[in-house]
Design a protein around this ligand. Structure first.
Ligand SMILES: O=c1ccn([C@H]2C[C@H](O)[C@@H](COP(=O)(O)OP(=O)(O)OP(=O)(O)O)O2)c(=O)[nH]1
Length: 171
């Protein structure tokens, strides 16, 4: 079943920025561009403007996600992925990019597509404090409880590198 798109008011804080649009009918995100050029040394990060501000309806949020092509080609991702744009936020959407490539600097030009925005409905929760939570199959197990990650520290020290073998064995 196809749902009607949600209408979102958008204001360009930079009049030359293209309006975001879905590249393909099934896409989850619209690309965001940067209004500023930047050069990032390995490990360097910077906050870039996108030239757009939106007014999301109540009950929605938008999430700023990395672009996989940029990550695979240049090692560029987002420090706070995914960034959360609250329904009440009216400022320019900003993107906190980081160059994770260990050797190469990355040059970003004005209007390069640096991230994508995914609009989603979000639930509002009401929290009820209890002394005991109801039981579940997982219980309190987490952080590698299904894959032997408890010994990862020892393995790393012995081999000089981290391995996912312990995780594979747990599958
Ligand atoms: O990648 C992002 C993440 C956030 N924001 C904007 C929209 C969001 O509504 C606001 C606040 O974000 P968040 O709540 O994540 O930041 P905070 O550090 O908790 O700040 P605050 O104390 O203002 O909530 O900043 C962006 O423009 N880009």
């Amino acid at each position: 079943m196809t749902r009607e798109p949600v209408d979102i008011l958008i204001r360009r804080t930079d009049p030359e920025v293209p309006l975001p649009s879905y590249a393909h009918p099934g896409d989850a995100g619209v690309d965001l561009v940067t209004t500023e050029a930047a050069e990032l040394a390995p490990g360097e990060r910077t906050l870039l403007g996108t030239g757009v501000a939106i007014a999301l309806p109540d009950g929605y949020a938008a999430f700023v996600h990395p672009r996989s092509g940029l990550a695979a080609r240049c090692g560029v991702t987002l420090v706070n992925a995914p960034g959360t744009v609250d329904a009440g936020y009216r400022g320019e959407i900003k993107v906190n990019v980081v160059n994770l490539d260990p050797r190469e600097s990355v040059r970003i030009e004005r209007f390069d597509r640096i991230a994508q925005l995914v609009v989603q409905q979000v639930e509002k929760a009401r929290f009820h404090e209890v002394a005991e939570l109801p039981g579940s199959a997982r219980g309190e197990g987490g952080h590698g409880s299904t894959g032997g990650h408890a010994s990862l520290g020892d393995l790393t020290a012995a081999q000089g590198y981290a391995s996912v073998v312990a995780d594979r064995e747990g599958q």
